[in-house]
Design a protein around this ligand. Structure first.
Ligand code: FES
Ligand code: FES
Length: 151
């Protein structure tokens, strides 16, 4: 979890949260696809809510808690959602994967019993050019099952 409490160095012009994460903090796990809020690749969690970080002005994020994909693994152990993507073969080029995982993390944190429609709605906010969505849905359902065994 990154707490963006310090003064973010914002050069002239519009700087978005994704640019600060990648360029100032070196958190390049967050990807930039469309840059206009359509593909979901840049999704991170800000104050508990998933946001497309390409559409959030960096100055709006000051003082917020921002969780990126880098914050999910603990003590060298991948998060169960990350493990599920591997097990289900839901990763090819991996460009869309961090955003999808952060979206599912937010969903399951709020609603561990999310039904399949809610899961599909969440996944529908993301574009994957490689895998087709069946393996991604499979990964989401597997992750949900795994997470329930941990509570
Ligand atoms: S890069 Fe942000 S939604 Fe596509
Ligand atoms: S795995 Fe390549 S875009 Fe989704």
């Amino acid at each position: 979890m990154l707490k963006a409490t310090g003064k973010i160095d914002i050069p002239d012009g519009r700087v978005m949260l994704v640019d600060v994460l990648r360029d100032q903090f070196g958190l390049t796990g967050t990807k930039v696809g469309c840059g206009v809020g359509q593909c979901g690749a840049c999704t991170v969690i800000m104050n508990g809510e998933p946001v497309t970080s390409c559409t959030v002005l960096a100055e709006k994020a000051e003082g917020s808690e921002v969780l990126t994909i880098e914050g999910l693994a603990k003590r060298g152990q991948l998060h169960p959602i990350q493990e599920a993507f591997i097990k289900a073969g839901a990763v090819q080029c991996g460009f869309c994967t961090p955003g999808l995982i952060m979206r599912l993390y937010a969903l399951f944190s709020k609603n561990p019993d999310a039904d399949e429609t809610s899961i599909k709605d969440a996944l529908g906010k993301h574009i994957c050019r490689c895998t087709g969505y069946e393996s991604i849905l499979e990964a989401a359902l597997l992750a949900q099952k795994e997470l329930k065994t941990l509570v």
